[in-house]
Design a protein around this ligand. Structure first.
Ligand code: HEM
Length: 252
């Protein structure tokens, strides 16, 4: 058998090679950042909408409990979604760090003056904001999903966990600061990803800039509502009927 008679093996490696070349290119990393960033936006919008059930009239504690239980009832699908979220965050952060390193290596001496760049607070806080958000998410999962360090955590009672958790002033402050950084990160990220994916040319006053602002404001205000309302004492104590608390799903 000659070397030229082995196209099948080469063909099976080709997609992997193409993927590798795509990931190694700066454009490939930016596309990965854009796509995973858009996935992240989908998650935060859904999460924020779920949190607003805290304001459901009548029995918000029960609504939040059933929402949390409903997620657990997804069973393996919930774990697939969680794994997908972790993969997205890891890809997003790895591509960002590699692009930063690449840019630094290409220009060890910084520009004395940058002309023609649209620099917003969002753009300037991308790195610090990204790191703060990563730390926030670790704290937040320990606090609200696992109850580590929470003063009175009850599994599958998110209403009262949030109500009591936000009686700690420093936790309210951390959430508020993290959510403001999330808004800035989203604003710049939503705007930049639009350009990376080639949906629009760079410009300082395009329509999608307003869409990015609206999205960032919507998510920021929606997320701020719960810690701020809790700090103001708006949420009354409520009891949850939790007959499903000891099912296997409840242990996830
Ligand atoms: C500031 C307002 C927020 C509130 C009130 C809130 C509330 C909650 C609650 C109650 C849980 C536990 C749900 C459960 O165990 O069923 C949770 C989980 C979670 N939150 Fe938030 N959250 C907020 C902001 C955020 C932000 C800004 C992010 C990410 C950028 C985020 C990411 C997550 C993640 C990844 C989980 C774990 C989900 C899982 O267990 O699969 N949250 N959140």
């Amino acid at each position: 058998m000659t070397a030229s008679s082995l196209p099948a093996a080469g063909a099976s490696r080709a997609p992997v090679g193409r993927l590798r070349r795509f990931w190694d290119s700066s454009v490939g990393k930016k596309v990965v950042m854009a796509v995973t960033g858009l996935g992240g936006i989908g998650f935060v919008v859904a999460h924020m909408a779920g949190n607003l059930q805290m304001f459901v009239p009548g029995t918000p504690a029960q609504a939040m409990h059933e929402y949390a239980l409903g997620l657990r009832k997804l069973g393996p699908l919930l774990w697939v979604a969680r794994a997908g979220l972790v993969v997205m965050v890891v890809l997003h952060a790895t591509a960002a760090l590699q692009l930063i390193a690449r840019n630094r290596a290409a220009r060890p001496v910084p520009y004395s003056r940058r002309v023609g760049q649209v620099s917003t607070l969002g753009a300037k806080t991308m790195r610090a904001g990204g790191i703060l958000l990563a730390l926030f998410v670790v704290f937040h999962i320990l606090d609200m999903t696992l109850g580590v360090g929470h003063p009175q955590f009850v599994h599958l009672d998110p209403y009262n966990n949030l109500r009591l958790g936000f009686q700690r002033w420093w936790a309210v402050l951390f959430y508020v600061v993290a959510v403001i950084f999330l808004g800035l990160h989203l604003f710049h990220g939503a705007w930049a990803s639009w350009r990376t994916l080639g949906l629009r040319r760079a410009s300082d006053r395009p329509l999608h800039r307003n869409i990015a602002i609206a999205l960032a404001l919507f998510v920021t205000l929606g997320f701020l509502a719960v810690p701020v309302a809790a700090a103001l004492g708006i949420f009354e104590p409520q009891t949850v009927v939790m007959d499903a608390a000891h099912t296997p799903e409840a242990a996830q």
